[in-house]
Write a protein of this length. Structure first.
Length: 319
């Protein structure tokens, strides 16, 4: 995001995305409940409906309805279902019936451990159903909120090209040419450690190898690579100053201390990013300005709603 001189964002008030709620329903709740219901309903045929037997074990039949219910539970990636898959699912059903009949014949249903598992299963299923209800309720609420805001807050907001041009000109310095530098570093906790590493580097040891071995941050996995950096990009001042004092590719800095520890920096490469014209940044600029205007409008809308409502909070009841 560009640091434009524009109304401050009010992103914390943006509504909880409906897709997050739906994602949780699809990923966690539906599969668990579906797998349970398949086992419960697989053998159920409506009264009066005849179903062809597709397999049997002694006097136990497996009906076409049973098979179809199991096929319906397959992932969409397996649809439409080929004859080969149908036969494999049927084999699975035959195996399940065979083992199920054997378990019943041995009286395992009376086993206390089995009863305990069934009780636990019922408890988990109930919790999953409640979770699904909560997620559906949340999704419905967020859908209502989103529609309210779209119709009453966002619908009238626009960003004409003349306004974009004004914003561009007011922030022209952000679109001027600038230099990026690609750097790697080694960071450790103590000065003693970094001085020992500095000596190894002076003796010709490989920077990337030493970074992987000694560096204490996550860049160690990439040999200390920090990617492309630029001035003003939230770098510690001591680090930025040292980086931009390096003149040649492959050259390393002196020891630098920041709040993160003691560093040695290597300049891997540098390049100049050319000036970006209005047309080049217009679309990205429009998205940012639109988001800022929507955020400001949302803030104002919520504040007006609060004026007409009596809102009380009992924070002492929160444990």
């Amino acid at each position: 995001m560009l640091g434009l001189h524009y109304p401050q964002s009010f992103s914390k008030l943006l509504p909880y995305p409906i897709k997050e709620a739906l994602y949780k329903i699809r990923k966690f709740v539906f599969p668990a409940i579906l797998s349970c219901l398949v086992l419960i309903t697989a053998a159920c045929v409506p009264n009066g409906e005849k179903s062809i037997n597709v397999a049997s074990i002694d006097n136990i039949n497996i009906t076409e309805t049973e098979l179809n219910k199991r096929l319906e539970a397959l992932p969409k990636a397996n649809q439409p279902v080929s004859k080969e898959i149908k036969e494999r699912v049927l084999d699975q059903l035959v195996l399940e019936k065979l083992l199920l009949n054997e378990a019943k014949s041995k009286g395992i249903e009376k086993n206390e451990a089995y009863k305990k598992q069934v009780t636990e299963f019922k408890k988990q299923l109930k919790e999953q159903v409640e979770a699904m209800k909560n997620q559906l309720s949340l999704a419905k609420d967020q859908s209502l909120i989103n529609m309210l805001l779209e119709e009453n807050v966002y619908k009238s907001i626009s960003v004409p090209d003349t306004e974009l041009k004004q914003v561009y000109n007011a922030n022209k310095n952000q679109f001027e040419p600038f230099q990026q530098r690609r750097a790697s570093h080694i960071v450790v906790k103590t000065k003693k450690e970094i001085l020992a590493i500095q000596k190894k580097l002076n003796d010709g040891k490989n920077f990337s190898v030493l970074a992987r071995k000694h560096s204490t941050d996550q860049t160690a996995n990439n040999g200390g690579d920090l990617g492309w950096l630029q001035k003003g990009a939230n770098l510690p001042k001591e680090f930025e100053d040292a980086l931009y004092k390096i003149r040649r590719r492959g050259q390393i800095s002196k020891v630098v201390q920041t709040n993160f520890g003691f560093h040695i920096i290597k300049l891997d490469d540098y390049r100049t990013v050319p000036e970006r014209s209005f047309d080049a940044v217009k679309d990205a600029l429009k998205k940012q300005v639109l988001a800022q205007k929507r955020s400001t409008a949302l803030n104002s809308y919520i504040e007006n709603l609060k004026k007409d409502r009596k809102i009380e909070k009992n924070t002492s009841a929160i444990q």
